[in-house]
Design a protein around this ligand. Structure first.
Ligand code: AMP
Ligand code: GLY
Length: 434
């Protein structure tokens, strides 16, 4: 089979790497790809949001399946467009991708179908938004639309929430995405990522994973796209996984059926583990980045089989198998990220790092320049390792990261550290989803 992967980040490298191991894949293409993806796929310089150019590319290479990585092309309707042109594509339709593209749509859906989530109000008037925010002691202000993961501001006082609402609704710092906002209660707890394949009728779960979004150790500094992940997450007990299935995934599928939405693709609910049980922070309509890096390392069965089962609506006959090993991904970022950063810095030590057993270095912002691999984005690499447990995986990931150098490189030193403390105090913890 010929496959086309759309996107050019660490998530897409992990997907392409895993797809390349499928015996049925004869040829992989990627648009636009990156220097790592180029090791397993032929990269074409077409942007992931340029739908007409992607359709033309598909017309040329005639893929048997297209796998869409990022959220934007999904929200723009790439799967609808490809299907209309007789091309099979993995990912939700634009209508189903609204679960990520519109936070208001998503929150109201949860409310209609009894899916646990933070109490909220939605507003198109900044005066009303400020009044509601002032009634909550701490709150979170969220732009309705897609804002590159940046449209969420945590506010600890009415002054902070009023300032955030002014920025989004009056000064429009996120453009049209912030014309309507959600104000919701602040929830305290541990965050966890759930990933499930859905074919409209059934679901299949991946093991739990957890991202670290702040740039600095001990969750300090500004938010990023994600600085590192672990899987499994010791805080996600069997009971919590069961609650996620019963209270989130099953009502989600029932709600979609009742409202005539066919969700086929990957659903990634971000959860907050609260004392009252897991609550949904948001729904994402695609694989997480860098969650995919750890999940693909742990996936033992064939990814292509699973994605095709989703597209062809026969997930009920499919099982996903996972390695018992744990995985840890450490993101190496450009100096200055998540603020401004320089590009074009040569990356050294990639081969040395890859020599370590159980290690895969997934590329995010990299490209080839005169024979060198150089940085080309904020998040540069996802150094990922498998190990017999989290401690072993973590040691390997950090050993590999220490072998890689580029000017300005920085990474968190505490990915998985909190989980290890939890494990030390939970003897006999056994993961049950694998
Ligand atoms: P979202 O894009 O909605 O997932 O929000 C991004 C991040 O903001 C989440 O991963 C949380 O760290 C934080 N966040 C969002 N909503 C809440 C909430 N209600 N309470 C506490 N933290 C939140
Ligand atoms: N891991 C964060 C995201 O993919 O949205």
């Amino acid at each position: 089979m010929k496959l086309l992967v759309i996107g050019g980040g660490g998530r897409e490298h992990a997907l392409a790497w895993k797809l390349a191991r499928s015996p049925r894949v004869k040829k992989l293409y990627a648009a636009p790809g990156n220097a790592g993806i180029a090791q397993v796929a032929e990269c074409r310089p077409v942007g992931a949001e340029d739908l007409p150019a992607l359709l033309a590319l598909a017309g040329e290479i005639k893929p048997d399946l297209t796998v869409v990585g990022p959220d934007n092309p999904l929200a723009l309707g790439i799967v609808d467009l490809f299907e209309k042109n007789g091309l099979r594509a993995f990912g939700p339709s634009a209508s189903a991708a609204r679960f990520e593209a519109s936070k208001i749509f998503s929150k109201q859906f949860m409310q209609r179908h009894g899916i646990p989530t933070a109490r909220f109000g939605n507003f198109s008037s900044s005066v009303e938004a400020k009044a509601f925010a002032a009634s909550l002691s701490a709150c979170v202000v969220k732009a309705d639309g897609l804002a590159l993961g940046k449209g969420v501001i945590i506010c600890r006082s009415p002054e902070e929430s009023a300032a955030a609402i002014t920025q989004m609704m009056e000064k429009k710092i996120f453009g049209a995405a912030g014309e309507r906002v959600i104000v919701e209660e602040f929830m305290q707890g541990e965050e966890a990522s759930i990933h499930a394949l859905l074919d409209g009728k059934s679901y299949r779960l991946f093991p739990s994973s957890q991202d670290n979004k702040r740039v600095g150790d001990n969750d300090t500094g500004p938010n990023t796209g994600g600085m590192g992940t672990i899987s499994p997450v010791p805080q996600v007990s069997a009971a919590i996984m069961k609650a996620a299935e019963e209270q989130v995934l099953k009502p989600f599928l029932r709600g979609c059926a009742a409202e005539g939405i066919e969700y086929r693709g990957l659903l990634y609910p971000g959860l907050m583990l609260t004392p009252d049980g897991p609550k949904v922070l948001e729904f994402n309509a695609r694989f997480g980045d860098p969650e995919t890096q750890v999940l693909m390392m742990r996936l033992d069965s064939d990814l292509l089989d699973a994605l095709e089962a989703v597209v062809d609506r026969r997930l009920a006959d499919t099982t996903l198998r996972f390695k018992r090993d744990a995985a840890v991904c450490v993101v190496m970022a450009s100096g200055g990220y998540p603020g401004d950063y320089a590009k074009g810095k040569p990356i050294h030590g990639l081969e040395d790092a890859a020599k370590l057993e159980g290690v895969q270095v997934f590329h995010a912002g990299t490209k080839r320049s005169d024979g060198d691999i150089v940085t080309s984005g904020g998040r540069v690499l996802g150094v990922t390792a498998l190990g017999s447990d989290l401690k072993a995986a973590r040691e390997r990931a950090y050993e590999a990261a220490a072998r890689i150098r580029f000017d300005g490189a920085h990474y968190r030193k505490d990915i998985g550290a909190r989980a290890l403390k939890v494990l030390a105090s939970t003897p006999g913890w056994v993961e049950t989803t694998a």
